[in-house]
Design a protein around this ligand. Structure first.
Ligand code: SF4
Length: 373
């Protein structure tokens, strides 16, 4: 045991040097409650069209089903605390708001190398096998991080830390080594319901439950189709993700601003003009979002979101730019452009309907012209 404790201390101090600000260990079977919780969420359909969640259910709910030899899981956190309140940007209707975690480099790229280095150290010292995970494999990092003492899953389902509020990226190392676990963190939300109350689309069926189908973070990033009508106005000018439930958490007041330069906002992604964004061609989109997670949603889904933001801007000055997207090759973009035009200049939309509707071969886009959605 003395030897194992020495290895853990070495890992903890190396993790700190690598820029991980939170570190904890749980046994791989520390959350026997997860299979039941996940089953209920999937049965209710809260995962939306993230079919991969259902496909990986068994492995996702139990690390030892993911990898039979797993005995311990090391959870690591990197603070991405923003240096201003993300909610302030929602008032500036002419800009597109990108979630705090996505305004610079993709955190997967930043964390993965560091996790691998740490896992390598563990393998060398203990002779055990290791596997590295960063939100890309079926591993439920948040409840495991709670078991490892990093914080607790708040009522908004995100991990909350006393030290970093709601702003922690998580990564994990699974290992066949039996490592001494940390004390699980107690749930500390108390009577607070701020995150549930602020949600613009009422995506929380209850505390500690999230219906992704109603969540703007899911709809703007994961959802591949048109944004359902009832969520378009609440979406406002959020063009990638949503920070509302994270930003109102009172525990953020103890959080420090991220020290990782690559996780601080790139100035050009802090308040990008909707007029500039809607005019980007595919190459321009790729260049602006090089290295950023935004690039992963692709140009069409991005323009869909920008056009919803423009539709919510209240400014008829965008009408020519919106008209330029009415014959876009992507039905996703055409549909959102019609909605934006109908919001900004309904007479113009009515006048153009006879030009575009007869040649429209996509049923959903045709329905946007008819207002029949
Ligand atoms: Fe918990 Fe309140 Fe933070 Fe929500 S806002 S996670 S309820 S402390």
């Amino acid at each position: 045991m003395a030897e194992t404790s020495k290895i853990v201390e070495e890992l903890r101090s190396r993790a700190l040097q690598l820029g991980f600000e939170a570190f904890g260990i749980a046994s791989a079977d520390s959350r026997p409650d997860l299979p039941e919780k996940l089953r209920i969420a999937l049965e209710k359909g809260w995962h939306g069209d993230m079919e991969w969640m259902a496909e990986t259910e068994e492995r996702r709910a139990d690390p030892t089903k993911l990898w039979e030899e797993a005995r311990s899981v090391i959870l690591l956190g990197v603070n991405y605390g923003p240096d201003f309140n993300p909610l302030d940007l929602l008032k500036e209707k002419q800009i597109g708001v990108i979630s705090a975690y996505a305004r610079n480099r993709d955190y997967h790229d930043i964390i993965k190398g560091k996790l691998k280095e740490l896992a390598g150290l563990l393998a060398r010292r203990s002779g055990a096998d290791v596997k590295v995970f960063v939100d890309t494999a079926p591993l439920m990092e948040k409840p495991l991080a709670e078991a490892a003492g990093l914080g607790w899953q708040g009522k908004h389902t995100v991990l909350v830390s006393r030290k970093f509020g709601s702003w922690l990226f998580l990564g994990a190392i699974l290992t066949s080594a039996e490592l001494p676990g940390d004390k699980p963190h107690a749930e500390s939300c108390g009577r607070c319901t701020k995150c549930l109350d602020v949600c613009p689309t009422k995506a929380f069926p209850g505390p500690f439950q999230l219906d992704a189908r109603r969540c703007l973070a899911y709809l703007s990033v994961e959802h591949k189709g048109q944004i359902p009508l009832e969520f378009r106005v609440p979406m406002g000018n959020r063009i990638y993700g949503c920070d509302d439930c994270l930003a109102v958490c009172p525990w953020n007041k103890f959080a420090s601003v991220s020290q990782e330069a690559k996780l601080r906002s790139r100035p050009e992604l802090e308040r990008p003009e909707l007029g500039t964004l809607v005019a980007l061609d595919d190459a321009g989109f790729r260049a602006l979002f090089a290295g950023s997670p935004v690039k992963r949603i692709g140009h069409s889904r991005f323009l869909r979101n920008v056009l919803i933001g423009i539709g919510n801007s209240g400014s008829s000055g965008y009408v020519p730019a919106v008209e330029n997207r009415l014959n876009d090759a992507s039905p996703l973009v055409r549909g959102a452009a019609i909605w934006a035009l109908r919001r900004l200049d309904p007479d113009r939309a009515e006048a153009l309907k006879n030009t575009y509707l007869p040649g429209e071969n996509d049923a959903e886009v045709a329905a946007e012209w008819s207002g029949d959605i």
